[in-house]
Design a protein around this ligand. Structure first.
Ligand code: ZN
Ligand code: ZN
Length: 524
């Protein structure tokens, strides 16, 4: 009985060898030869769930990407690439998902799960190196009443130069220095904490903490806009959003180029984001008394039959009211840390390590499962998020008497499936890694290709240029006769990896041997 299951042993072995333990089988059809093969695509290149091997590899790739862009000394050229097979596959899958969603909607079934999957796919498609949105430009945003209200912060403004590079300076002995920055930004205090847990939970401002977390990514966007405005050049960044012990998101940002510390502090202090959403201070419907759906008019008051204002109507109302206040204003806290960093120093490496430290974890992973006080804190945080509208489409709007954007049958407050409400996310549903477009001139996919090319070169194998139209990809359903059991697939991948590693080691040994004899020769 003490013997571990064979499957567990295989998984341990796979992780030791850097092999994905949750590979996604995909059928690749060669349009030239008609051959079709089932291939294992590592889970880290598909959906959100990442196995330890893929998490580690993605972290290494992110570190390479971060290192490459930080002290770039030439302007990057952004040219869109041909979509590769995987990108093509994603776009096809996205089209299918849309069709399934529309079908479900036509049949009157709940589409929330499919909507969430589509949102994930869109993010994945962007991650895979495609710019923009699959459906083309999104419909023009309604903003006539909301954007005007986003006040411009009071900050100095430099004349914009088209450069993405920071200034350099040259020492008396002619050496050129290229300084960059590492900035850490936090949210304000919501009450005193001790080891991440509120000293007095009854006065800790959970409502504000929840709203700040929900709108944190907008605040980061504003910070970058303000940074660029003041810097006078097209500032590039690589940032990671990470959980603090108190479960609030905070931001580490590697910034290319250098600015005075006082200026950064001034920008942080002046940066805020106003959330122009309808007010939520009056709870109109709760418990069993909830709006009812009508196919003709949308949601109605259950007693009077009055049609609730739609999202657009509610925003119009807000826009016409000159005394209206934003639902929420989010700002950074006082704790701002700015470090100057020089290219190629150990400082730079430490910061890069730091930036990628939490990338494999979700915000909720900052939780220590044995810490009861912290668990209670997380629960109170999640409760504060339960009825907080996370987006214009959030069903929670019904609680405050507004029809959510794209309202449909079956919505109920407190039952939003959006990521932001989940304990794993604690209000922050945005990306964990934020990389500006002209950071390293490469997307993560391109960085992956770099590594592949390097390995192939080292092995003396040709990196065949493949015709991008040659392969099409299809999902493989469970029970497909071509699908081998997972254990067999893992063992095959492990064997392959070991074969490659041996070959690499051999090449390395040969190279070392040559170096050695060369040194010997010189010595003699
Ligand atoms: Zn994996
Ligand atoms: Zn929601």
């Amino acid at each position: 009985m003490a013997q571990p299951l064979a499957r567990d042993v295989i998984e341990v072995l796979a992780v030791q060898n850097g092999v994905c333990i949750r590979p996604v089988p995909l059928r690749r059809i060669d349009t030239l030869t008609g051959a079709n093969t089932v291939l294992n695509v590592p889970c880290g290149t598909t959906m959100e769930a990442k196995c330890p091997s893929c998490a580690k590899r993605n972290r290494q790739l992110r570190m390479a990407q971060c290192r490459e862009g930080w002290h770039l000394d030439h302007e990057p050229v952004n040219t869109p690439d041909e979509p590769d097979d995987y990108q093509r596959y994603l776009v096809e899958l996205r089209a299918d998902a849309q069709a399934w969603r529309d079908q479900a909607e036509g049949a009157g079934t709940d589409t929330a799960d499919l909507d969430a999957a589509i949102a994930d796919l869109d993010a994945e498609i962007n991650d895979a190196g495609m710019r923009g949105n699959v459906l083309g430009r999104p419909s023009p945003k309604r903003s006539r009443s909301t954007r005007r209200r986003q006040d411009a912060p009071d900050l100095p403004k430099r004349k914009m130069t088209p450069s993405t590079l920071g200034r350099t300076f040259t020492s008396s002995n002619g050496r050129t220095f290229r300084p960059s920055m590492f900035v850490t930004l936090t949210l304000p205090s919501y009450g005193r904490v001790n080891a991440g847990v509120p000293v007095d939970p009854s006065t800790y401002d959970y409502a504000r903490a929840a709203r700040d977390a929900l709108h944190f990514s907008k605040l980061v966007d504003r910070f970058v806009q303000n940074l660029r405005r003041v810097a006078g050049f097209d500032v590039q960044y690589f940032a990671a959003v990470e959980p603090q012990k108190r479960l609030a998101p905070h931001l580490h940002m590697a910034i290319r180029g250098h600015m005075p510390r006082a200026e950064i502090r001034q920008i942080v202090a002046a940066t805020y984001h106003q959330v122009w959403w309808p007010p939520t201070d009056v709870i109109r419907f709760e418990g069993d008394r909830l709006p009812v759906w009508s196919d003709e008019a949308g949601y109605l008051d259950p007693e009077t039959g009055e049609v609730l204002p739609t999202w657009d109507e509610a925003l119009d109302q807000l826009g016409q009211d000159n005394d209206a206040e934003p639902l929420h204003v989010v700002r950074f806290g006082d704790q701002v840390d700015v470090q100057g960093v020089l290219a190629g120093t150990t400082d730079a490496d430490t910061c890069i390590q730091y930036l990628s430290k939490y990338l494999t974890k979700s915000i909720g992973d900052a939780l220590d499962p044995d810490n009861l006080a912290q668990r209670a804190h997380a629960e109170r945080f999640a409760n504060a998020l339960r009825f907080e509208p996370c987006s214009p489409t959030c069903p929670n709007w019904l609680r405050y008497g507004v029809q959510p954007k794209q309202a449909k049958a079956g919505m109920a407050p407190g039952r939003c499936k959006g990521k932001a409400h989940k304990p794993d996310h604690l209000g922050y549903a945005g990306r964990r890694v934020l990389v500006s477009r002209k950071w390293s001139n490469k997307t993560l996919t391109e960085h992956k290709h770099d590594r592949r090319t390097w390995v192939l070169e080292a092995l003396g194998l040709p990196d065949e240029p493949t015709d991008p139209h040659r392969y099409t990809w299809r999902p493989v359903k469970p029970g497909d006769p071509d699908l081998e059991p997972i254990g067999v697939r893992l063992l095959r991948d492990i064997a392959e990896r070991q074969r490659w590693r041996n070959h690499m080691n051999q090449l390395q040994a040969e190279a070392d041997g040559q170096d050695f004899s060369a040194t010997e020769g010189r010595a003699a």
